[in-house]
Design a protein around this ligand. Structure first.
Ligand code: SIN
Ligand code: FE2
Length: 219
């Protein structure tokens, strides 16, 4: 009886977990946006399809990526950068739809960062086996704004460390609709994603989609 009660309570609404100072996990926060969010993402991916970028070290990333917004994050053998033009199409990236802006701003506000107005949304696609090695998000010019990260589809294990690459990491399971926000003292914390486990998600199938919203330019 007790365990039933706990399961029910856990299922009915959003909850919050603190990962570090300035870093919070908002469980299920994106669920109310889902009906508008998923068609908006499908439209973006039609115009700017997922691609596997090559790192400056010459490795093909296992995660496939695309972007929307004024600028998009790209990597090629010459380095990492934000670019207003999609190098595949030669066209500007698709605009960031209002539903994405709203979700990002609301999640940031909920985490204590008001007036978050990101110019970039990096869209990552993981299939089983894909992973993202520990890294810092430091190609932006503005570290005053947080990173807002939205998880959709299959669950993944998110690794969240500290300011140094070899700081111990904690593992968090990110499920469909969960939003992680890190800023302030943890804005430059190392983070990554463990290899995605096999699975099938009811809405999105055999994949995980992650959106990271970034304020790239100086405010
Ligand atoms: C990222 O670090 O850019 C993505 C994190 C994630 O996929 O959860
Ligand atoms: Fe990142």
């Amino acid at each position: 009886m007790t365990s039933d009660l706990f399961e029910t309570v856990g299922d009915i609404g959003p909850s919050r977990e603190t990962m570090a100072e300035g870093a919070v996990l908002l469980r299920s926060f994106a669920r109310p946006f889902e009906a508008e969010l998923i068609p908006a993402l499908r439209a973006i991916v039609k115009r700017a399809p997922f691609r596997h970028l090559i790192t400056p070290g010459g490795h093909r990333m296992s995660v496939a990526m695309t972007n929307c917004g004024r600028v998009g994050w790209v990597s090629d053998p010459s380095g990492y950068r934000y670019d207003a033009v999609d190098p595949e199409s030669g066209q500007p990236w698709p605009e960031m739809p209002p539903v994405l802006r709203q979700l990002a701003a609301d999640a940031a506000a909920e985490a204590g960062f008001s007036n978050f107005a990101p110019e970039a949304c990096l869209i990552n696609r993981y299939v089983p086996g894909a992973k993202l090695s520990l890294h810092q998000d430091k190609d932006e010019l503005d570290f005053a704004a947080p990173i807002v990260s939205v998880s959709l589809g299959l669950s993944a294990i998110f690794l969240f460390g500290g300011l140094k690459r070899n700081d111990p990491t904690r593992r968090y399971r990110l499920a469909h609709g969960d939003v992680a926000v890190w800023g302030g003292p943890s804005r430059l914390f190392y983070h990554g994603v463990a290899p995605l486990a096999e699975g099938e998600h009811g809405l999105l199938g055999r994949q995980r989609i992650n959106l990271t919203f970034r304020r790239v330019l100086m405010a």
